[in-house]
Design a protein around this ligand. Structure first.
Ligand code: CA
Length: 246
């Protein structure tokens, strides 16, 4: 499949009133982008909620992806139990869900992610991690799996924001850390709510179909371009970044 990079950038520039696009930073989501972790998150969520007497589908968690754990628990409570979750319930249930996630073993790096990070590094693109996760086990493993790709201060997690995705706040915080305006950054996402957040922040938003969410849902959420896998994106990231540098 040929991805029309030129048209995607031209459309973004037209929308933003730009003459050209020179990305200097990449704001990168974690679950489903750097790690093939979404199936395990979905299984952990389903198991935890089943113990609360609530039946869910695995698919629905791919649509909630990007929200903070607290927001997901509250949504499930309101939807299935007709009330909000208390802060105590949120803390307790998120800890259980996190334990069920951890118990499934080692994280699986997303194929192609290491190549993407190497290419970004070589092109001197500033990398900032922007995740709805607050899971220390995932965050500490980044250095091991992707050495040198993210410095410790270039991270936005669920603990750093008031409003999680789809609110733009996580990506606006990411821009602040990167020290660039929205037009100079690209967001790399796999979930509709994350794409919405990147789009609302004003960034060129790259979406990857790394799970069951269809391309159409990512486009409707505001993706500027969609790649069929992380590997496909990694192999094209030089074309994307060098477009306006040529
Ligand atoms: Ca994600």
């Amino acid at each position: 499949m040929e991805i029309d990079i030129d048209s995607a950038i031209a459309a973004y520039c037209a929308r933003q009133g730009l003459q050209g696009w020179l990305p200097r930073a990449a704001l990168i989501d974690m679950d489903g982008v750097l790690y093939d972790s979404m199936p395990r998150h979905a299984a952990a969520w389903q198991r935890m909620m089943r113990e609360q007497g609530v039946e869910t589908t695995l698919e629905e968690f791919f649509l909630y992806e990007g929200m903070t754990g607290a927001a997901t628990i509250d949504l499930l409570f309101r939807r299935h139990l007709g009330r909000s979750a208390s802060p105590e319930e949120v803390d307790r249930l998120y800890a259980i869900k996190s334990e069920y996630f951890r118990s499934q073993g080692e994280r699986i790096p997303m194929p192609g992610a290491a190549l993407m990070l190497k290419e970004l590094q070589e092109m001197d693109i500033t990398r900032v991690l922007v995740t709805g996760s607050a899971q220390a086990s995932l965050l500490t493993s980044l250095q091991k799996d992707y050495p040198g790709a993210f410095s410790a201060e270039r991270r936005v997690t669920a603990l750093d924001v008031t409003h999680g995705k789809p609110h733009p706040e996580p990506y606006l915080k990411g821009l602040e850390i990167a020290g660039v305006p929205a037009r100079d950054a690209m967001v790399i996402e796999n979930a509709p709510l994350g794409v919405q957040a990147g789009h609302a922040a004003g960034c060129f938003t790259v979406a990857l179909t790394t799970g069951p969410v269809p391309e159409k849902a990512l486009r409707e959420a505001g993706a500027d371009i969609v790649f069929p896998s992380m590997q496909a994106f990694a192999e094209n990231v030089r074309r994307l970044v060098r477009y306006s540098a040529d």
